[in-house]
Design a protein around this ligand. Structure first.
Ligand SMILES: Cc1ncc(COP(=O)(O)O)c(C=O)c1O
Length: 466
């Protein structure tokens, strides 16, 4: 069965009763219109399917009936291969806070490209970006660059395990992660990311559900706990602290609705790590977009290690691990049993100059602007959704519409969503020229205007309340 047919088969079985049924009853029309608007994307997708499994080389782009292929982009506008202009509300998965092809970033990479794009040598550019990032992260004394958020998480876990192994005979290697949190492609965090509710087990002792085939198992490696529940966290850590290397927290939970956790949850995590010497890792790969100092700056709770990615690379592939010197210095060259971390493109100058140009534009005032427009967008969506079984959530420049009547507090609330409705709503908005994710997540960037947001809100009202 090809992808398009598979999507139709799912659509055919969809429940078309109740509020969500109204849009789902129009699925065939929405998808037919999309095909009609995107004939060249259909052709490209056929070619993709000859070379990539199922037509994809990046899972986040999976969208029925096919993704929209983009030809070029500038500011908040993307032009697809059929010549349609789309207003971008996801900016390569939140990674472009200045929008596409910002003049400062273009100038930086145009200046660097003729000087060479990567050397077997460090450059002054990686120092400049590192200094700038450390200045924004309270308590972080060292940083290392990697090439993706996934790699940053993998390295943070390795550093935490190495730190906790020092001076003990049995390994304290377990990572505590939270149900519904996504931390990238590394195996040890590929558990209970978006499990089916039928498989999750008891709230206070979630069953670790593999997100992907091919994982080696959880024993001695990972434990899953409910997000946002300080009491369950305390009970578990009090009982098992001598097995635990780190608590890995996504301080703005993307798949739970781009939701900021209760401050009490983060405070409990901090207190437990202090009590037992466990490493507290905040995964701010997306969350660093929420404010000048990330969520940790906004909430006033500093982790031991922070993983970064996305915005800090100015549109180039990047990841970083920042944090306490006594943990990250385990990788200094003369350290006995050292943590190793190689990478052909770590800190490469193209990324470093683009990242620096981006972060320099992102002043405190710029974050204030982003947050104000984000709030305006969330408020507009919430007004449109009033009385409907929809949740509007998010923080800073980020927003999400979740198709459930249940207020969001943890993964199990978010998992009651009607995914098919979200995907169809997103596709209907794409037909009107607005790019959000298939799960109705979005963000604004500095190039997004109030007019862009007002146009999105008008289209959302038409789609969601028709
Ligand atoms: C919180 C979080 N951690 C890690 C990652 C992985 O980053 P990358 O896609 O750069 O590997 C992501 C990606 O979306 C993320 O949102």
């Amino acid at each position: 069965m090809n992808i398009a047919v598979a999507h139709e088969a799912v659509a055919g079985r969809a429940d078309v009763t109740g509020y969500f049924g109204i849009l789902k009853g129009r699925a065939a029309d929405i998808e037919a219109r999309y095909r009609q608007l995107t004939p060249r994307s259909v052709e490209h997708f056929r070619r993709e399917a000859n070379v990539f499994p199922g037509g994809y080389t990046r899972d986040a782009l999976i969208r029925g009936p096919h993704p929209t292929f983009v030809e070029r982009a500038s500011g908040a506008a993307m032009v697809d291969v059929d010549g349609r202009t789309l207003t971008d509300f996801w900016f390569n998965a939140t990674s472009l806070p200045l929008g596409h092809a910002h003049p400062a970033v273009v100038a930086a990479i145009q200046a660097q490209a003729p000087r060479g794009t990567a050397y077997f040598a460090p450059t002054r550019h990686e120092i400049a970006l590192a200094e700038l990032l450390l200045e924004r992260l309270t308590g972080a004394e060292r940083i290392r660059f990697a090439n993706s958020g996934s790699e940053a998480v993998m390295m943070a876990v390795r550093f935490a395990r190495a730190h906790r192994a020092a001076g003990v005979r049995h390994p304290r290697s377990t990572i505590v992660k939270f149900e519904g949190s996504y931390h990238g492609s590394y195996d040890d965090v590929g558990w209970s990311v978006s499990p089916k509710l039928a498989e999750v087990g008891a709230h206070d002792a979630p069953y670790p559900v593999p997100e992907t085939a091919g994982l080696a198992g959880t024993a001695g490696r990972v434990v899953v706990l409910p997000f946002n529940d300080p009491a369950v966290l305390r009970r578990h850590v009090d009982a098992h602290h001598d097995e635990i290397a780190a608590l890995l927290v996504e301080p703005m939970a993307n798949r739970i609705g781009l939701l900021l956790p209760d401050p009490a949850f983060l405070a409990e995590a901090r207190a437990l790590c202090d009590r037992y010497g466990i490493v507290l890792i905040f995964d701010e790969v997306i969350a660093f977009r929420v404010g000048y100092g990330g969520v940790q700056g906004k909430m006033g709770i500093a982790p031991d290690l922070t993983t970064l990615g996305k915005i800090i690379g100015g549109g180039f592939a990047v990841g970083a691990i920042a944090g306490r010197a006594d943990v990250l210095d385990l990788s200094t060259p003369d350290h006995g049993q050292r943590v190793t971390h190689a990478g052909t493109f770590n800190g490469n100058p193209m990324m470093a100059v683009a990242g620096r140009a981006t972060m320099e534009v992102l002043t405190r005032e710029a974050f204030g602007e982003l947050a104000a427009l984000g709030e305006y967008t969330r408020q507009g969506l919430a007004d449109a959704a009033r009385g409907l079984p929809l949740q509007v959530s998010g923080a800073g420049s980020l927003f999400k519409v979740t198709a459930t009547a249940r207020p969001l507090h943890d993964y199990r609330d978010a998992a009651t969503t009607d995914k098919r409705w979200e995907a169809l709503c997103s596709l209907a908005l794409l037909n009107e020229g607005f790019m959000l994710t298939p799960s109705m997540s979005g963000c604004v960037s500095l190039v997004t205007t109030r007019d862009d947001v007002d146009a999105l809100l008008a289209a959302f009202r038409a789609v969601a309340t028709a």
